[in-house]
Design a protein around this ligand. Structure first.
Ligand code: URA
Ligand code: CA
Length: 435
């Protein structure tokens, strides 16, 4: 098999056979195929696309390039959730305990964040003592005993995807639906998922800014899942403004606790119920999303979701007293209010800039080596569609002594836009894609 023939075939718009895809991906992972040949192939894919079968084959070859987590010792259907990435996205912290409380096993591998705020692990580590370095045996045991565990990703999952992503990043080939879809799905499958719920974000703060592209990506991922026997559902949700109000690690933990008490922000609660409902259906604990939603709401109302969170934090060594006494969580030195310099209606909250502000305050990593400050961040007091009067508090900064308050205040004022005309609050759930 000659690599240049395979590249030519894709360049001409033909489908590659399973063997040809295996040759490319395994050859690349082993270092036998050079970057320049894989770059040429990625560009050919960018222009010619891939059909459903090819995309599924590419996904599974990336899965095979590395370790695959074996969760077969865990009883029940393991349903994983993936978000294409947002700002202040606190959903995992809420969803995990919520769906575990209705009996869907949650066996989650998570990573640390790079950029605007921390990842799920960073947020959980806001609890003093919390550890995600479990052995696989302890991880499996905890899921079977308690119903939920979160482990830091140590195994070398999908190395071919990591290499290919780095290559795409510097060859202008990231923005290809089949390449993105296979990249995301390969990571979930390698992490041991039987079924997958995807939260595909759209809008200013999202990877896929246009709703039409987000829908195409969602459909491509659902098709891959169906093809490889992992039931997959995708929810398309708005990321034109940050989710909930808090952006920052311990601040988001507080927000998650409020939400598990049934007192969280409306948008975060709505999205968690929607995603959770599909997880519960795929996990076989309800027949319809409506029935699943009722069960989840009952878990919030009777305190069992919060109790699950408490036991989960405790099981992983965290100080669970912080759930009732949030002052035990890391806190900033002081708060600074950002006020409106005019009256009107909030018309836009630029998620990316707000995320960047939280990072500047120390909530996120500028480089992989940076340390995170769990206590700092931004809490939004107004959301899109809210009326404001001059002098109203728009946001509260939680800062360290000597933090870049002036710089962040100025950026935030720019990110929170106010106009004279009325603006309606955006629709959060833009659609659901099922097989
Ligand atoms: N996120 C991924 O994991 N992969 C992509 O290709 C793009 C975004
Ligand atoms: Ca939030």
């Amino acid at each position: 098999m000659r690599t240049s023939d395979i590249i030519r075939k894709k360049r001409e718009g033909d489908s590659l056979s399973p063997d040809e895809i295996r040759h490319l991906i395994q050859g690349y992972a082993k270092g036998e195929i050079p970057d320049y040949q894989l770059s040429a192939w990625a560009m050919a894919v960018f222009f010619q696309g891939m059909d459903e079968r090819e995309t599924a084959d590419l996904t599974m070859e990336m899965v095979r390039s590395g370790d695959v987590v074996d969760l077969s010792a865990i009883q029940g259907v393991k349903v994983d959730k993936h978000s294409t990435g947002g700002v202040g996205d606190t959903t995992t912290l809420v969803l995990g305990p919520m769906v575990a409380a209705v009996g869907v096993p949650v066996a989650k591998l998570s990573g640390r964040g790079l950029g605007h705020t921390g990842g799920t692990i960073d947020k959980l580590e806001s609890f003093p003592g919390f550890s995600t370095s479990l052995s696989t045996t302890a991880f499996v045991r905890q899921v079977n005993d308690l119903g939920i565990a979160v482990m830091g990703q140590t195994a070398a999952l999908t190395p071919a995807d990591k290499q290919l992503y780095a290559l795409r990043d510097v060859t202008a080939t990231v923005d290809s639906i089949p390449l993105i879809a296979s990249s995301i799905m390969s990571k979930k499958i390698a992490a041991g998922a039987d079924a997958i719920v995807l939260d595909v974000k759209t809008g200013g703060g999202a990877f896929m800014k246009a709703e039409e592209r987000a829908r195409e990506l969602a459909e491509a991922m659902v098709r891959i899942g169906t093809h490889v026997n992992r039931r997959t559902v995708a929810v398309i949700s708005d990321m034109d403004q940050p989710l909930g109000r808090a952006v920052g690690n311990a601040l988001e933990v507080r927000e998650a606790i409020d939400t598990l008490r049934g007192e969280g922000p409306a948008d975060l609660t709505e999205l968690c119920l929607e995603l959770g409902a599909h997880m519960v259906v795929l996990g076989g604990r309800a027949d319809t999303p409506e029935e699943a939603k009722q069960r989840l709401k009952a878990c919030l109302a009777d305190g069992s979701a919060l109790e699950m969170f408490r036991r989960f934090v405790q099981a992983q060594g965290g100080d669970a007293r912080a759930i009732d006494h949030p002052e035990l969580l890391p806190q900033a030195d002081h708060v600074v209010e950002v006020t409106a310099d005019r009256s009107g209606t909030v018309s836009a909250l630029e998620s990316e800039t707000i995320g960047l502000c939280a990072m500047k305050l120390g909530a996120g990593r500028e480089t992989k080596e940076s340390d995170i400050d769990y206590g700092v961040g931004v809490v939004l007091e107004k959301k899109v569609g809210d009326p404001v009067r001059e002098g109203d508090v728009l946001a509260v900064l939680h800062v360290r002594k000597g933090g870049p308050v002036d710089e962040v205040t100025e950026k935030l004022r720019f990110a929170i836009r106010i106009e004279n005309h009325a603006v309606s609050a955006p629709v959060l759930i833009k659609g659901v894609v099922t097989p």
